[in-house]
Design a protein around this ligand. Sequence first.
Ligand SMILES: [Zn+2]
Length: 263
Amino acid sequence: MCTLGLLVCGCVHAPSPFAPHRAGSVGTPSRGVLTGGAPLPDQGASYKRLRHNDRRYGLPRFVDAITRAADSVARERPQSMLVVGDLSAPHGGQLLPHHASHRTGRDADLLFYVTTLEGAPVESPGFISVGRDGLAFDKEQNRFLRLDVAREWLLVRSLVDDDAARVQWIFVHDNVRALLLEWAVARNEPPYILHRAMDVMLQPHPGGPHDDHVHVRTACTDEEILTGCEPTGPTRPWMAKGTHDKPQETAELLRMLVESDAP
Ligand SMILES: [Zn+2]
């Protein structure tokens, strides 16, 4: 049976009577569809959705990973509430406003954790742009807020340390990336975590500045590839079967950090 998502997409690789094995995340994030997606409920113990629309669907394992990451932040910083933007439409496929991808259940926008200028945690009011100094202006309430680097790093750390999440990308502005990595190095985070975070955090060109949220993309599993998930972009070494992160010295990581963030 055709769905609106499939019709709008018109994808040659869409599930059809001629390709009954195609299911799940089918195609690429910018050209594909989603079947059997799981909806992220409007609210969980440690997250809430920004808008109550139907752009809440993702691969079930990816939806679980988002919830796990939010829970992990809240365990270390009680009462933390991750505000979640769009995932995909129920059957993906559609070109959604403001998104070139988000069509196959493998993308999610997560708003930043923020605090008041005094450092009190507050819920993100929505998409507010963070500058080089870590400050953002909240027009609705006519106030400055501050990127909560500590909690945002906990989120990134949870995502990249979660092998089931298979985080391929965390698209984010260079300024925020630099703030997070600087914090992580100061905290003496394990080298493999720093290595992963440095690899996946990227300001895409083109693709918008991503100075008001992070956009997380999960990579296809081998099983998903067999049912139509089309891999794009780099393969992360820690996701390959039987491989492990090579230990790297902190000094080398620091050098990479400085070089990659040099103007
Ligand atoms: Zn996005």
